[in-house]
Design a protein around this ligand. Structure first.
Ligand code: NAD
Length: 427
């Protein structure tokens, strides 16, 4: 089929190349012209494993890119909205970008005769597709539902494994208001070995939030248990390994550490909290999930100070800036509050990340960025491990470059060694 993808960030570009790989004709749309020029040239706007290969395979063939909504709508049958849905300053979902994309789609639909389906793929709080997106499209297109279709199809991919996850999902959810639109959207995934869950838009929206909120809850729960275990001198990893053998619990997401970051978990949990408040419910558990998460980076700096005392003027190596391994995404990375706290205390930060140095330099222009871990560690008074990059596991001789061999590990990466003072965050 002919698909247009509105917004070519992480979700948009990955969806676009994967739909192209499934044999569809795809038009990428973005308001960011340099991004569109890159895509046209076969250069991915972000790093994701396997993305360059797929983009090169399809760009200029069954994948094109434009800033022109009219062209994209005219030349496609289905439009996926994949624009950002950030938090406002109170944690509430900010729908301004979705509203603007919906208005542009509606304007373009006004002159289109053929049936067209608009699919919301962005993560939006329950009722948004029906109560925000649909009315805007109706107003701008001067058409009513039925002349066009609407559906909600949340995305569950993990950054770092996004292409793999799109092609090998454990669930595909399609929420539609009419059967015809739902059938078409579900059929776009033909060729992927996964059952499609069919439902209404608000349930599809809720499934996405519950998924993320539950995973975030598992992490904060594990971190709280880890904090308690550390004080008691119990190995939390041994505890959670045994606990995870209970089939009702499962072994995943039970690792304690510096907490969750990224563009989804923090914002989605906060958006669900605000949505609950809006409808008169006080979400006590979800609030605690955020509180525990915000405490973990502070605990790392406290551990550092408990060993070094005053850190003013001390050189602290921060290994890992991305919010997780295998991505250059630093949004809500736990390294951000740690670096901020270090700088507020007068420390000098010497950082290294295999992929995210450049992105982090846009937030902290005043720290030292290094090309490798050894350079970051050189002459440092302590090292803080913030991201689970595989290459950090094999660090060894590099620690000899440190002035003071103190490691505060926020990700359970290293095995303690004789000549290192090794301090685990929760272990
Ligand atoms: N990043 C993830 O891992 C992930 C996973 C699942 C779901 N989601 C959800 O998917 C949505 C998109 O997330 P993302 O991380 O891809 O966002 P992003 O910020 O990386 O990308 C959004 C893109 O939309 C473009 N854009 C902004 N306004 C536009 C407009 N009016 N018309 C066309 N394009 C416009 C931006 O230029 C940008 O390229 C969010 O709702 C997010 O919560 C993200």
């Amino acid at each position: 089929m002919k698909i247009s993808v509105i917004g070519t960030g992480y979700v948009g570009i990955v969806s676009a190349v994967c739909f192209a790989e499934l044999g569809h004709e795809v038009i990428c749309v973005d308001v960011d012209r340099p991004k569109i020029d890159k895509i046209k040239a076969g250069i991915p706007p972000i790093y994701e494993e396997g993305l360059t290969e797929l983009l090169n395979k399809h760009a200029g063939k069954n994948l094109s890119a434009t800033t022109d909504y009219n062209f994209a709508v005219k030349n496609s049958e289905v439009s996926f909205i994949c624009v950002g849905t950030p938090s406002d300053q109170h944690g509430k979902i900010d729908l301004s970008i979705i509203k603007s994309a919906s208005a542009s789609l509606g304007d373009s639909l006004r002159t289109k005769q053929e049936y067209h389906i608009v699919v919301v793929k962005s993560t939006v709080v329950p009722e948004t597709t029906e109560k925000v997106v649909l009315p805007i499209i109706e107003e701008h297109s001067k058409k009513h539902l039925g002349n066009f279709g609407i559906a909600m199809n949340p995305e569950f991919l993990r950054e770092g494994k996004a292409v793999h996850d799109f092609m090998h999902p454990d669930k595909i959810v399609v929420g539609s208001m009419d059967k015809k639109s739902g059938d078409v959207v579900a059929s776009l995934y033909n060729g992927i070995d996964c059952e499609v869950t069919r439902t209404n838009p608000r349930t599809a929206e809720m499934i996405k939030y519950v998924n993320n909120a539950y995973l975030a809850t598992k992490i904060s729960f594990s971190n709280e248990i880890g904090n308690i275990c550390k004080i008691l001198g119990i190995n939390t990893y041994e505890v959670m390994k045994a606990v995870g053998r209970d089939f009702r619990i499962g072994p995943h997401f039970l690792n304690s550490g510096a907490g969750f970051g990224g563009s989804c978990f923090p914002k989605d949990v906060k958006a669900l909290i605000e949505k609950a408040k809006e409808i008169g419910y006080e979400p006590v558990l979800l609030r605690s999930v955020i509180s525990v998460n915000e405490m973990q980076p502070e605990r790392m700096v406290q551990l550092l100070k408990s060993r070094l005392g005053n850190i003013k003027g001390r050189k602290i190596a921060v290994l890992g800036l991305a919010f997780k391994n295998d991505t250059d995404d630093i949004r809500e990375s736990r390294s951000i509050p740690v670096i901020k706290e270090l700088l507020d205390n007068g420390a000098m930060v010497s950082a290294y990340d295999p992929m995210a140095n450049e992105n982090m330099s846009k937030i902290f222009g005043n720290i030292q960025y290094n090309e490798n871990a050894a350079d970051a560690l050189n002459g440092s008074d302590a090292c803080m491990i913030m991201t689970e990059w595989e290459e950090f596991r094999s660090l060894d001789k590099e620690f000899n470059q440190m002035k003071n061999k103190l490691i505060i590990d926020g990700r359970h990466m290293l095995t303690p060694k004789k000549d290192l003072e090794y301090v685990g965050l929760c272990w």
